[in-house]
Design a binder for this molecule. Structure first.
Ligand SMILES: Cc1cc2nc3c(=O)[nH]c(=O)nc-3n(C[C@H](O)[C@H](O)[C@H](O)COP(=O)(O)O)c2cc1C
Length: 176
């Protein structure tokens, strides 16, 4: 079983991105042990003065969770043409210790539009030395139209695109 850490860029309880993560968790349960990181919003604001060997406890936990995983799945919306601050803050805490170095990563941006955040997040993930080929990135625009009133993902084309991205992520995990 591959150990996957999943991070949602949205902290909303009814988040489309969290729903996608849960759907992926269900789809891959036979092969991947997926842990959803449920505390990014509790990480302190990044401050280089606190970025020392004795970093804040939750920061250490986050860094360890990334390091000990075989791969990281990030699903995020776009906020004001960029990635949500909570997600960027979490990523910033890993820069000095290289938690993402050579880590297999998949990025799904699910948003109303999402292009800017998608591009920005891909740039961030690549600059921190993670393995992120184009095939493990996916932009899903008009995300709210892909669910029914019960919050179930009903758009078959979206589901097929997610499945293809997961197949590529699976291959990346086995070659990493
Ligand atoms: C503060 C805020 C800013 C937003 N800005 C954008 C934006 O720039 N581009 C976009 O595509 N969607 C934007 N949205 C809409 C989100 O894409 C949409 O609410 C999405 O469903 C949020 O993801 P979630 O369902 O996982 O919480 C914004 C939403 C919020 C709350």
């Amino acid at each position: 079983m591959k150990k996957i850490l999943a991070i949602s860029g949205s902290t909303r309880k009814q988040s489309s991105n969290l729903t996608i993560i849960k759907k992926i968790q269900e789809l891959t349960a036979d092969n991947w042990e997926m842990t959803i990181c449920d505390y990014p919003e509790l990480l302190p604001h990044y401050n280089p003065d606190l970025d020392t060997e004795v970093a804040p406890e939750l920061v250490n936990a986050f860094r360890k969770a990334v390091s000990e995983s075989d791969g990281v799945l990030i699903c995020t919306p776009e906020y004001a043409m960029g990635i949500p601050g909570t997600l960027k803050n979490a990523l910033d805490w890993t820069v000095s210790v290289g938690s993402f170095s050579q880590k297999a990563v998949a990025v799904i941006t699910a948003s109303s539009l999402g292009e800017k955040a998608h591009e920005s997040l891909i740039g961030t993930i690549r600059i921190i030395d993670a393995k992120l080929p184009d095939e493990t990135t996916l932009l899903i625009s008009n995300i709210r139209t892909k669910f029914d009133a019960n919050g179930t993902l009903i758009d078959m084309d979206t589901l097929a695109r997610i499945t293809t991205t997961l197949q590529h992520f699976g291959r990346l995990l086995t070659t990493s």
